[in-house]
Design a protein around this ligand. Structure first.
Ligand SMILES: Cc1cc2nc3c(=O)[nH]c(=O)nc-3n(C[C@H](O)[C@H](O)[C@H](O)COP(=O)(O)OP(=O)(O)OC[C@H]3O[C@@H](n4cnc5c(N)ncnc54)[C@H](O)[C@@H]3O)c2cc1C
Length: 510
C-alpha cells in the first residue's frame, strides 16, 4: 500500500467510509470522470465495515429467469429443471417494503430503490461481483424441487468478504486511493457549500479540500451511548453484529452543519445472536452467530414462556424485529428450542463450533440444561404448545403453511410442529444489533438536505446514513441493495456537482 500524502490531495469527490455504499459511490464517481479519494476510520486489517459481515443476501426485483440471467449469465447454462425461482415483481418488493415498515418508508426513496434494483444488480455484477442462486437459504427442497420464497433468488457469492475483495480490487484498478485509520471528524462548509473534510491521520488533523463529499460511514450501531440515547434503555447492552467503527460520527458531522435528521431514530435492525458472541463482530465468523431458523421451533424466555409468534412469517420478514423482542425479556436472553424432525432445516449457523447449545433426549433433561430458564415453566409451555398444534394441516417449510396452534395466549401461526422427537436441541441467544435506521434526509439525487429541506450543496449520503427507508422492520437483502443503489447515485451526483458546482446545488438554494 503506497503512503498517501493527504496534505496534497484535492479530489473532485471525497468519499468517507470504505464499505459497500462507499465503494459503490467511489466507483460510480470515477465512472463519471471524477478524481476520487476515500477515507476509512478502520485500519486496513479491519476494513470493510458492516458490509464485510454480510451473508450476501441481495434483494432485487425480477420478472423471471431471463432477468436473473441478465445479472448472472452463467445461469443460462445450468440445469434448472428442479428449481422454481418464481418471480419477484417490483410490486411485490414495494408491498414487502411498505408492509414491513408499517407503510412509513419514504415513497421517493422506495421508488429509487425498488425500480432501480434490477439495474443496480446488473451494475454490481458488471463491477465484477459474482452472484449465485440462494438454494438452501431461500428455497427448500420439497418433492425433489427447490421452490424460492421471499424474493431472494440470487445471493452474492462468498458473501461480504468476496464482494469486498472484488470491489477493493476494482477501486485499486481505477487508481482510487484509500487512506486507512483516517477517520473524518468534521465537515468544512464555506459560503454554504461543502468544501472538504477534516480528518485524523497519523496522529494529526488534516484538512482535505474536495469538490464534493459523499458520507457513507454507517449508522450509530457500534456506539453504546447513542444506542441507549436513541433506541432506549438496555440497548447499550446489545452485542454488535458487525464493525466496531460505526460510531455515528458521520451523522454527528452532518448534523453539526445543519443536516436534517430523518427516519426512525429509535429503530434498528437486530436479531437473535449467540449469547457468547464477542461484543463486536468477529471477522472470521461473519454472520454465523445469528440464529434465524426459529420459525421451525419455539422461543422461550427466562420464565420458560413463549413471547412471540415464531411462525408469523418467513424469517426474512421477522428476524430483524425479533432481536428487539429479546431486549424486553428478563435477563435479555432467549432459548430457541427444536426437535429432531426439523434439524435438517437448520442452516449452517447452527452447526458452527462457537455455538451455545444444549441437547438432551428428553424434554425434562433439556429443561435442566437451559441456563437461566424456569424448568417447570418451560415444561408447561411445551405441554400446552404440543397439545395446541393443528397436526391435521400438512407441514411445508416453503409456504406459509397455516399449520397453526389453537387457543394459546400467543399462537404460532405457521409451521407449528409438536416438540416430540428426540434429540431435542436448544440455542442460547441475546440481541445482536445490525444497524440503526435513523439517518439524514436526502433528495432524489442523494444530496443531503438541511433542517428546512434545502440542499446542502456538495454533500451527499449513502448506505446506512440514509434515513427514511426502514421503520420498525426490514426485508432481508435490502441493506446491500440500498448501499449499492444510493452509493452509485451519490457518486454520480457528486461527480457532476464537482464538475459544475454553480449550476447544481448552490443555485438550487438561491
Ligand atoms: C452480520 C451482518 C449480516 C448482514 N447481512 C446482510 C445481508 O446478507 N444482506 C444485506 O443486504 N445486508 C446485510 N447486512 C446489512 C449490511 O451489512 C449493511 O446494511 C450495509 O453493508 C451497510 O453498508 P454501508 O456501506 O452503509 O456501511 P458499512 O459497510 O458499515 O461501511 C461504513 C464504513 O464507514 C467507516 N467509518 C465509520 N466512521 C467513519 C469516519 N468517521 N470516517 C471514515 N470512515 C468511517 C466504517 O469503518 C465502515 O468501514 C448485514 C449486516 C451485518 C452486521
Amino acid at each position: 500500500m503506497p503512503a498517501i500524502d493527504l496534505s496534497t490531495e484535492q479530489p473532485d469527490v471525497l468519499v468517507v467510509g470504505a464499505g459497500n455504499a462507499a465503494l459503490c459511490a467511489a466507483i460510480s464517481a470515477h465512472e463519471n470522470d471524477a478524481r476520487v479519494l476515500m477515507l476509512e476510520a478502520a485500519p486496513f486489517e479491519e476494513r470493510g465495515g458492516n458490509s464485510h459481515f454480510t451473508g450476501g443476501a441481495f434483494r432485487f426485483a425480477f420478472r423471471g429467469v431471463d432477468d436473473l440471467v441478465a445479472v448472472l449469465p452463467s445461469l443460462a447454462h445450468e440445469n434448472l429443471a428442479n428449481v422454481d425461482f418464481g418471480t419477484y415483481t417490483e410490486e411485490q418488493y414495494f408491498d414487502d417494503l411498505f408492509a414491513l415498515t408499517q407503510y412509513r418508508s419514504d415513497p421517493e426513496l422506495a421508488e429509487i430503490l425498488v425500480r432501480g434494483s434490477l439495474d443496480t444488480a446488473k451494475w454490481v455484477a458488471r463491477q465484477g461481483v459474482r452472484l449465485q442462486p440462494g438454494l438452501g437459504r431461500q428455497a427448500y427442497e420439497v418433492d425433489g424441487k427447490f421452490k424460492f420464497w421471499g424474493g431472494l433468488a440470487l445471493h452474492i457469492w462468498g458473501g461480504g468478504p468476496e464482494m469486498l475483495k472484488t470491489l477493493y480490487a476494482n477501486v485499486e484498478r481505477r487508481g482510487i486511493p484509500i487512506a486507512y485509520a483516517t477517520p473524518a471528524v468534521e465537515l468544512i462548509r464555506e459560503n454554504g457549500r461543502l468544501t472538504g473534510v477534516i480528518a485524523e491521520h497519523r496522529g494529526a488533523t488534516v484538512a482535505i479540500r474536495a469538490g464534493a463529499v459523499v458520507l457513507a460511514c454507517g449508522g450509530f450501531e457500534s456506539n453504546p451511548e447513542m444506542r441507549a440515547r436513541y433506541l432506549g434503555p438496555g440497548w447499550e447492552l446489545a452485542k454488535v453484529r458487525g464493525t466496531r467503527f460505526n460510531m455515528g460520527a458521520g451523522l454527528a458531522m452532518a448534523q453539526a452543519i445543519g443536516a436534517q435528521p430523518y427516519g426512525h431514530w429509535s429503530g434498528c435492525h437486530s436479531v437473535a445472536w449467540d449469547i457468547n458472541a464477542p461484543p463486536h463482530g468477529d471477522l472470521t465468523v461473519g454472520d454465523q452467530f445469528q440464529k434465524h431458523n426459529y420459525p421451525f421451533g419455539i422461543l422461550v424466555n427466562a420464565r420458560g414462556e413463549r413471547y412471540v409468534d415464531e411462525g408469523a412469517n418467513f424469517h426474512s420478514h421477522t428476524y430483524a424485529k425479533y432481536g428487539a423482542e429479546i431486549v424486553k425479556q428478563p435477563g435479555m436472553f432467549a432459548w430457541q428450542v427444536f426437535d429432531a424432525k426439523v434439524s435438517h432445516l437448520l442452516r449452517s449457523e447452527y452447526r458452527i463450533r462457537r455455538v451455545t447449545k444444549a441437547q438432551a433426549d428428553t424434554l425434562e433433561a433439556l429443561a435442566t440444561k437451559l441456563e437461566g430458564v424456569d424448568a417447570e415453566g418451560f415444561l408447561r409451555t411445551v405441554r400446552d404448545f404440543n397439545a395446541a398444534c393443528r397436526c391435521d394441516v400438512p407441514f411445508n417449510p416453503n409456504v406459509l403453511d397455516g399449520r397453526t396452534t389453537q387457543g394459546l395466549a400467543i399462537d404460532k401461526t405457521n409451521w407449528a410442529n409438536p416438540l416430540d422427537t428426540p434429540p431435542f436441541h436448544a440455542y442460547h441467544v441475546t440481541t445482536g444489533v445490525t444497524f440503526t435506521f435513523g439517518g439524514v434526509k436526502i433528495s432524489r439525487q442523494a444530496e443531503v438536505e438541511d433542517l428546512y429541506g434545502r440542499i446542502i450543496p456538495g454533500l451527499y449520503a449513502a448506505g446506512e446514513m440514509v434515513g427514511g427507508l426502514f421503520y420498525h422492520n426490514y426485508a432481508s437483502g435490502t441493506g446491500l441493495m440500498s448501499g449499492a443503489t444510493f452509493g452509485r447515485l451519490a457518486g454520480a451526483s457528486a461527480a457532476q456537482f464537482a464538475r459544475a458546482p454553480i449550476s447544481r446545488g448552490v443555485a438550487a438554494n438561491a
